[in-house]
Design a protein around this ligand. Sequence first.
Ligand code: SAM
Length: 214
Amino acid sequence: MDFDALRKNMVEVQLVGRGDITDKKVIEAFLKVPRHRFVSEKLQKDAYGDYPLPIGSGQTISQPYMVALMTQCLQLNGSEKVLEIGTGSGYQTAILAELANQVYTIERHPDLSKSAENITKELGYKNIYFKVGDGTLGWHEKSPFDAIIVTAGAPDAPKYLLEQLADGGRLVIPVGSEFTQRLMVYEKIKDEIKTNQVCACTFVKLIGKAAWKE
Ligand code: SAM
């Protein structure tokens, strides 16, 4: 299977073709990161489709377009320390590692975290730090973060994450009910929080102390 051709087509049709993914660095990262390596062998033929896929433990790797949109909302320039909540397969983590200086990522399922760590190591990433735990609490010792991305849906922006955001930093997170959310961007400017809605979306639940109960 020609995964390079499938990946190029995914970028051209699903990202650039939709019209709103315009950040050249984001587009380059999507052309580079081999998405098929982050799913089981059986699903590799579907890895470049325009939809989410199962990754085990009842979780999903998000649709490529949604990963791109969330990444673009962070407005990374390469110098940032980023916190990701919901490592999942590690695909979004690898995209972030292409675009930022350091990526700290937290996942509540140990098996997903281990598998993501193995794949990203095999691919040569050296700027990713993994943790197993409740990401709604953030990663206090490593804070503040220039950007925080949450890849699961929450009832509200967890207060710990807003606290751990640096001045000028951005938190991107789906917020809403258990079934449907809005993608939100919270920007911290001198301790004030500016809020922007991006679009409707549907994510698996963010489960933890500052989000949904299991
Ligand atoms: N970005 C991932 C990828 O590229 O594969 C997909 C993430 S998946 C949509 C959401 C992930 O968030 C799941 O792996 C889930 O276990 C994780 N999750 C949910 N609540 C969490 C929490 N409190 N802390 C850390 N991870 C959490």
